[in-house]
Write a protein that binds this ligand. Sequence first.
Ligand code: KG4
Ligand code: ZN
Length: 339
Amino acid sequence: MRILGIETSCDETGVAIYDDEKGLLSHQLYSQVKLHADYGGVVPELASRDHVKKTIPLIKEALKEADLTSDDIDGIAYTAGPGLVGALLVGATIGRSIAYAWGVPAVPVHHMEGHLLAPMLEDNPPPFPFVALLVSGGHTMLVEVKGIGEYQILGESIDDAAGEAFDKTAKLMGLDYPGGPLLSRLAEMGTPGRFKFPRPMTDRPGLDMSFSGLKTFAANTISANDNDDQTRADIAYAFQEAVCATLAIKCKRALLQTGMKRIVIAGGVSANKQLRVELEALAKKMGGEVYYPRTEFCTDNGAMIAYAGMQRLKNGETSDLGVKAQPRWPIDQLKPIAD
Ligand code: KG4
Ligand code: ZN
């Protein structure tokens, strides 16, 4: 069985074809980063318009790359939320309409479930159960995962998501949008120990997180110091160190609380090398293992939507003819799939 996945929840148009026996057959991605860079962040209306232009050509490319035609596709998965409503509506409307035209079922997919399951596309997929740290531009949460759709949120950010804090701090430092990867690159030249940032909400029990204070701390550190290249790199280093250390402390608590050994990290910030290093060290100390997607599947992509959609399709979950776009959609509202 083959499914075509469509992702348009934010500023990336992603399309992929997944076969439940052969795995991923093709994936195409168009990033709108350049379009939004001048504005320092995603402009929702521009994002929607660009998805309108790019989605169908990418579907054609994905079919061509896999050497398939529409007759070979058994279902269409599209991201139904959470995300920007206009952007979601583009993928949802195209996905639902193509499914109707091709006479196949349409499957609405939860974007964060897509991220959570992205490591399943790798050669060494994580066995259930595990603790998932989902760290993207819009969400930061720790989830106890017992199976597909069996999600219990253990804790989440009460303000900015980790990726959002990276992007806002990068902007304060004059870096382009999205600043997360650029800040991380700058931090590689930073001097350890010159600045020390706090580890928010680690001095009290619980698994909730907060990152907006780190951005303010960065703003104050920037204005109290010279703006030379080394200082900027040192501030980037201290900021990244604080985010990663805080996430690692919360992951350790989540493992102890659940008695689990496996950690899955997914979402854009899971591409961060420092975070991977910290969590690998934690897992080693605790006799566990860390799993993450290949770098290109950490950020938004169609492959994770095709994979998650396939699991839901095999479970008989298809939509009626309505177009489903749900900008807010808590992940713990998803249904477990039957064994
Ligand atoms: O998952 P994603 O592509 O989109 C959302 O669903 O939000 O995540 C994008 C976020 C952005 O905030 C971006 O700056 C961040 O992931 N990001 C990183 C890195 N690569 C992407 N943050 C820190 N270090 C990175 N290497
Ligand atoms: Zn995402």
